[in-house]
Design a protein around this ligand. Structure first.
Ligand code: PMP
Length: 367
């Protein structure tokens, strides 16, 4: 066991890495005869047994639709679903559960804000600021909104080290800016953006800020009240939870004024053919039967993370990433892309003369 790569990294581990590996059944799998060293967590994470079990228990013991049924199973499922909301609320330090909206993932959360907040607030001649470090899901919804409204998309550039150029950001933001939408951590370079500073600069000019936390929530303790961000979002599946469940946090004062993104059951208070009134927050934004099993799984995944402690995880990963960057930099013809001061989750590199696809295939052969 001691020769396993994970056991060589830290002199003084903050927790028992071997024990944590045992929590993940898939890590017993061998790939091409080698123990699996799973490095694709930025794409999606593996699931601990407690999460897998929670999904099975839901379907085996309390499967039913939520909020509407008066029978025991529906009440139990509703209770577990709403407990998960409370867990998420505490996880991101939101002031109340009405600010936590369950969505399909980070992508849907951005689309919700673009189509609801965006359509209400963004008009011809207005501007939206994003950055060069964004994932497609925090680019395309804004491009579409700009096409629909005649607004303009402005992009904060990065320097050679892979960090955002904040002085250029300050020049981009002005009286026509309606929203700043930036990632907390870059999925490509691992850069941790100075979101606190970005938010302060925007708020000085009364511009709200959306933070894409898809790559941050699994690695960094997030406090939406301390950040004072207006929207914060992430996907469950990158946080050891199932696919198809994600979170949009929004300040209640903003969510209250926003129109529903989708409509149908559960998001309504009363419906007649003449007029429909909407349900209260957060249900106004949760039309239709939600991913109940996934939501319960997300709550369990967060509670699992809490038992290890986000601070411990962040510290452990910092040491892993420093070791990784150090070791990689000794490989001839390897160039690390981006050298940000603060990095989480990912290191990008190119190997001279080798296509990334081939590098990936060779590493896969090694498990
Ligand atoms: N934002 C970032 C920074 C991401 O890395 C990703 C996923 N790679 C997303 C958004 C989109 O997440 P999802 O596909 O789960 O909606």
């Amino acid at each position: 066991m001691s020769s396993h790569p994970f056991n060589r990294v830290l002199a003084k581990p903050l927790f028992d890495v071997r024990k944590i590996r045992e929590d993940f059944p898939i890590l017993k799998t061998k790939i091409h005869g080698h123990p699996l060293v799973y490095l694709d967590n930025a794409a999606t994470t593996q699931k601990p047994q407690v999460v897998i079990q929670a999904i099975q228990d839901y379907y085996a013991q309390i499967n039913s639709n939520i909020h509407r049924g008066v029978h025991t199973l529906s009440e139990q499922a509703t209770q577990r679903y709403e407990e998960a909301r409370k867990t998420v609320q505490e996880f991101v330090h939101a002031s109340n559960p009405r600010e936590i909206i369950f969505v399909r993932g980070a992508t849907e959360a951005v689309n919700l804000v673009a189509q609801s907040f965006g359509r209400q607030k963004v008009h011809e001649g207005d501007e939206i600021i994003i950055s060069t470090l964004e994932h497609h899901s925090n680019i395309v919804p804004w491009q579409i909104l700009c096409e629909e409204t005649g607004a303009k998309l402005r992009v904060i550039p990065i320097g050679d080290n892979g960090e955002l150029l904040l002085d250029q950001y300050e020049n981009l933001i002005h009286s026509q800016t309606r929203l700043v939408a930036v990632t907390h951590v870059s999925n490509a370079l691992g850069t941790v953006n100075p979101v606190q500073k970005i938010i302060e600069i925007a708020h000085d000019r009364n511009v709200p800020v959306l933070v894409d936390g898809a790559q941050a929530a699994p690695h960094i303790e997030v406090d939406v009240q301390a950040l004072d961000c207006d929207f914060y979002l992430f996907s469950g599946h990158k946080l050891y939870a199932p696919t198809g469940i994600g979170v949009l946090y929004g300040k209640e004062s903003l969510l209250e004024k926003m129109s529903p993104y989708q409509s149908g059951g559960d998001m309504i208070r009363s419906v007649t053919f003449e007029k429909t009134t909407y349900n209260a927050l957060p249900y106004k934004f949760e039309a239709g039967t939600p991913n109940v099993a996934g939501t319960i799984g997300l709550g369990v995944a967060i509670r699992y993370l809490n038992t290890i402690g986000l601070k411990n995880i962040a510290q452990h990963e910092k040491e892993l990433i420093e070791t990784l960057a150090d070791t990689l930099s000794k490989i001839p013809k390897l160039k690390i892309v981006g050298t940000p001061q603060e990095r989480a989750g990912a290191v990008s590199f190119v190997l001279e003369g080798a296509h990334p696809h081939d590098v990936g295939t060779v590493l896969d052969r090694e498990g």
